[in-house]
Design a binder for this molecule. Sequence first.
Ligand code: NAI
Ligand code: MG
Length: 497
Amino acid sequence: MAELSSKTVEFIRSPKQLLINGRWENAVSGKTFPVTNPATAEIIAHVAEGDQADVDKAVRAARQALESRAWANITPSDRGKLIWRIGDLILQHADELAELEALDNGKPVTVARSADVALAADIFHYMAGWATKLHGLTIPLSVPYLPDANFHCYTRLEPVGVVGQIIPWNFPLLMAAWKLSPALTTGCTVVLKVAEETPLSAIRLGELLLEAGLPDGVVNIITGFGETAGAALAAHPLVDKIAFTGSTEVGKLVVKAAAGNLKKVTLELGGKSPNIVLKDADLDVAIPGAAHAIFFNHGQCCIAGSRLYVAKEIFDEVIEGVAEIAEKIKLGPGLDPQTEMGPMVSDLQLNRVCGYLQSGLQEGAKAVCGGRKRLGAGYFVEPTVLVDTTPQMKVVQEEIFGPVVTAMPFKAMDEQLIRQANDTIYGLGAGIWTRDLGKAHRLANQLQAGSVWINCYNIFDAALPFGGYKQSGWGREMGSAVLEHYTQAKAVTVNIG
Ligand code: NAI
Ligand code: MG
């Protein structure tokens, strides 16, 4: 296994504090909590445990920064340059950040470098460009009750204000980047609550934000638990908007907490995405594609293609092919450059996934491959393909968030297939594999999902909006679509006689 670089060792040894008003501080309570390497179950660091008192300090700092000259009066061009610099710094420290992700989350370091870190830098570079392009409109009026009047009317897009952001552990750095970059480009200020399972890369990112020259208090970072720090942020009366990524269950709690001051809410929640292989699909593409759709990031993706529907004529061939790939996936610690799949992020997630496996097998599903926890240290689960599943089974209805796909044959591309594919409370993603693009587009139109991929899966881009239908969320991240959630339009009407 690869040794940690000296930079990472030095970072791991340094104190891990909260970023409040441009300074690193211990929690008010003085408490810390341990961070675990999921490949070994060993404790690797201790991190400040922020709670309500720290969140309150951070929110007040963000409020002050919102009105500070340093931030409110910065020109759009300078704001854009600052955000661009953050993207550059992420790339300069790419290897180090990838190593931290592998150590803390468990994902393969190669994937962290090529996907998480690269995409994180890219969204800052993309959003930097928007800083100078947040135009309002000039709007001609009719005002029927004042036929002789003359008005000059325009809208301004102003920042929504202080934003609370709560992120999960599956893409720790990338989720921070998806959240912070639109907030900064629109001139908001932020309190970011990172996931308790994976706080390290966000702390390192906080150091880079300061190095880039972000004014004090514009971004504050709180490490701590959901029930304390997260809940305090969602309920805080001085927070104008909350952006949450995580479970649908907690998303609903966030909505309730936000009701106190009617803060704006955007949510990116769970999924149970259908992945449909039609009988004319190019199986050389569709089989590895279906495997990638579920096994990427160990299935710990809100958008994982976790329900595989395959035309009955090719069902056996596809399932055999996916299972063959699954069996060859090299499990190991994320830091090992040979590793293709790391451990689940925590023992809690390991037990959740194993609970689902047990429930599926008890209800009559059959594991074509995998189906078990891998014995030994670390939180490893074997990549699993379940067949003989029925639509009512828990494994088909609920988000497993692990490397487990349920596969079902279908007879034809008809109403019944579409009904089955849409038979879920979620609506995040969907995949379609076929050589017939007419069919593909017709099917894409009928699937209830925020992202549909045709002959590909897991394609993310800073320019593409991402978000959910139904209980998969409110609003969109990335692209120009995210900007409306971080700005508010002010209509100004001038009587020009
Ligand atoms: P979670 O929803 O509890 O955690 C996500 C974030 O919310 C974390 O930062 C956590 O500290 C915070 N949080 C927890 N309770 C909170 C509360 N009452 N108020 C405010 N913030 C709170 O998700 P968890 O427990 O890590 O995973 C549970 C399941 O959620 C997974 O098995 C998976 O199915 C789903 N999930 C979905 C994600 C997605 O990307 N949509 C990401 C992570 C988990
Ligand atoms: Mg939770």
